[in-house]
Write a protein that binds this ligand. Structure first.
Ligand code: PLP
Length: 375
């Protein structure tokens, strides 16, 4: 059987990793400034993570959500503490798209309304409603098309107010920093405007934090910079450091009912062990502070480079926009300097490394990047 060929792949076989370094089968070392797409939050094969998963696997890998699973409550308590949202409620699932599906559905259950506001260049996942609120017609199949989604221009407060006035809005979904859309930071005033309109019209504010959340920006949620609380935060990627874990945290104003949401695999014992290991390491090693410091350093240094068009982002979620003539930069970084980075169209290099990236590794990236720009 062949694989269904949907991914344009690089001819590299990574067989092991440690921290921010990964190695191919010839033992060539690569610096991972991409974190497998913002997933590796505490570094590859972190010893505490490996041990916690190993210990759990020896005890119990899985049992269904029909029994008590105390490790879920432990994860919820720890997540409440580390994120500062202690009065929120946690629902666990398996991926970012699934988290957003649940968030949008829950919002509609809550207020009985149907229309969702999303924004240009948004990416929220590839499943039914998640892809319908994603601004990329190429990945929306006819069956996903719906009249329930209103796309508005990014950061346009007047358009937002008008959409609320003219429609029965159930929810607004927004990434605090657009990832796939090219690392666009949502202006704080825009997030505040969403908050006040959602309050005025009894709509639900969904903060898609799948990529920009979980401490990557130096705060637990990037929307925290605006000093507001969303009603639902969706999370995945960094949550399990590679183990598939997703979830939403839900404001106390939204009450649960049996059967409202559900999943077979979500919140299984192994996933919770992975999630706890991540939060324990984040807390113990002050990883949010490290993300702010090393990320801030990278942004400051990158802004000094005159060939770069623009540097955007916060903490360790960084977009470097390059002119067309430097469109080859990512390939050069990968094949010549052995550094993984991410991309966003047309010419944005995305940095999404582990939150414990060291300054030495940041310098190794900067040195290679400068040499690519100058050749
Ligand atoms: C902001 C955002 N939301 C949702 C998703 C979908 O997550 P997943 O691929 O885990 O379904 C992604 C994935 O890139 C994302 O960046």
């Amino acid at each position: 059987m062949k694989l269904f060929d949907v991914y344009p792949i690089n001819p590299i076989n990574i067989v092991r990793g440690q921290g921010s370094l990964v190695y191919d089968e010839q033992d060539t070392e690569y610096l991972d400034m991409y974190g497998g797409h913002a997933v590796i939050s505490i570094g590859h094969t972190h010893p505490h993570y490996v041990k916690r998963l190993e210990d759990q696997l020896h005890k119990l890998g899985f049992y269904s959500n029909s029994i008590e699973i105390p490790i879920q409550k432990e994860l919820a308590a720890k997540l409440g503490k580390v994120s500062g949202k202690e009065d929120y409620q946690l629902f666990l699932c398996n991926s970012g798209a699934e988290a957003n599906e649940n968030a949008l559905k829950l919002a509609s259950f809550y207020n009985g309304k149907k229309k969702v506001i999303a924004f240009t260049k948004a990416f929220h996942g590839r499943t039914s409603l998640a892809v319908a609120v994603t601004d990329n017609p190429k990945i929306v199949a006819p069956v996903n098309e719906t009249d329930n989604v209103i796309f508005l221009p990014w950061a346009d407060e007047a358009a937002l107010a008008q959409a609320f006035a003219e429609n029965e809005i159930s929810s607004v979904i927004i990434e605090g920093i657009q990832g796939v859309g090219g690392i666009q930071v949502a202006p704080e005033s825009f997030l505040q405007k969403i908050r006040s309109l959602c309050d005025e019209y009894n709509a639900v504010f969904i903060a898609d934090s799948v990529q920009c959340g979980y401490g990557r920006t130096g705060k637990f949620f990037s929307q925290d910079f605006a000093g507001i609380d969303a009603d639902i935060y969706s999370m995945a990627k960094g949550m399990g450091n590679g183990f598939p874990v997703g979830g939403i945290i839900i404001s106390p104003k939204i009450q649960p009912a049996y059967g409202m949401l559900g999943t077979t695999f979500g919140g299984n014992h192994l996933a919770c062990a992975a999630g706890l290991a991540v939060l324990e390491v984040m807390e113990q090693d002050n990883l949010m502070q490290n993300a702010a410091e090393v990320g801030g350093y990278l942004i400051k240094e990158l802004k000094k480079l005159e060939q770069v068009k623009e540097v955007r982002g916060r903490g360790l979620m960084i977009g470097i926009e390059l002119p067309d003539e430097l469109a080859h930069a990512r390939k050069e970084l990968l094949f010549k300097h052995h550094i993984f980075t991410g991309e966003a169209k047309p010419n944005v290099v995305r940095l999404l490394p582990a939150l414990n990236l060291t300054k030495a590794h940041a310098d190794r990236f900067l040195e290679a990047f400068v040499s690519v720009l100058n050749q």
